[in-house]
Design a protein around this ligand. Structure first.
Ligand SMILES: CC(C)(COP(=O)(O)OP(=O)(O)OC[C@H]1O[C@@H](n2cnc3c(N)ncnc32)[C@H](O)[C@@H]1OP(=O)(O)O)[C@@H](O)C(=O)NCCC(=O)NCCS
Length: 165
């Protein structure tokens, strides 16, 4: 498989309807993510494309970030899921996708980024901590979804709120 540093092309763009299936597949292949229905990813690609991103490496879908601006706080970008294919990990792809999303020009700048993380996801904690450090932005960590709130034995999700930028 081609690797980003030797690839002819790494592209970042908003997902389209054709990409919905790739988001679903990458979420499934990541193994540690909640895999939502394929319908959910298609819906996301239609309605939240502007706050989501897919990375392709020589046209091969290699990673994605899904997010939305919080309806009651539009300067906060909530990141729902991030995944990078096994073969493309450890090369800064996830960091670059986050940077690209946050820095996209828009009438309203993003001043905070939020995400939720389970305590055992060290890769995700490292990704968002590195993102905050690079921007010299503070991180607030607070409980959000307690384990008891989930009906299916899901682990607790801690809210990471980063910013202001
Ligand atoms: C988390 C994930 C998206 C990281 O993707 P990636 O492209 O390899 O990440 P990057 O190369 O941009 O690394 C970003 C930072 O995280 C660190 N990091 C990445 N993976 C790591 C791991 N497994 N363990 C520890 N640190 C890790 C990197 O060292 C880097 O830190 P630095 O900037 O201080 O050097 C990827 O491992 C993945 O898809 N995991 C499965 C799905 C998941 O857990 N998603 C996050 C929750 S939604």
């Amino acid at each position: 498989m081609p690797r980003p540093e030797s690839a002819t092309r790494v592209d970042f763009r908003s997902p389209n309807l054709e990409d919905g299936q790739h988001l679903w597949r990458m979420a499934r292949e990541a193994r540690v993510l909640d895999v939502n229905t394929s319908y959910a990813y298609l819906l996301w690609a239609r309605d939240f494309a502007e706050t989501s991103i897919i990375a392709t490496i020589d046209d091969d879908p290699g990673g994605f970030v899904t997010g939305y601006r919080r309806p009651d706080d539009p300067e906060t970008l909530m990141i729902w899921q991030v995944a990078v294919g096994d073969q493309y990990r450890g090369q800064g792809l996830a960091s670059r996708m986050l940077d690209d999303l946050v820095d996209r020009s828009s009438d309203a700048p993003v001043r905070h980024l939020e995400t939720t993380i389970t305590a055992d996801n060290s890769a995700s904690i490292a990704l968002f901590t590195s993102f905050a450090n690079a921007r010299k932005a503070p991180i607030e960590r607070t409980p959000l979804f307690e384990a008891e709130m989930f009906p299916d034995g899901h682990d607790a999700e801690l809210l990471f709120r980063i910013g202001p930028f």
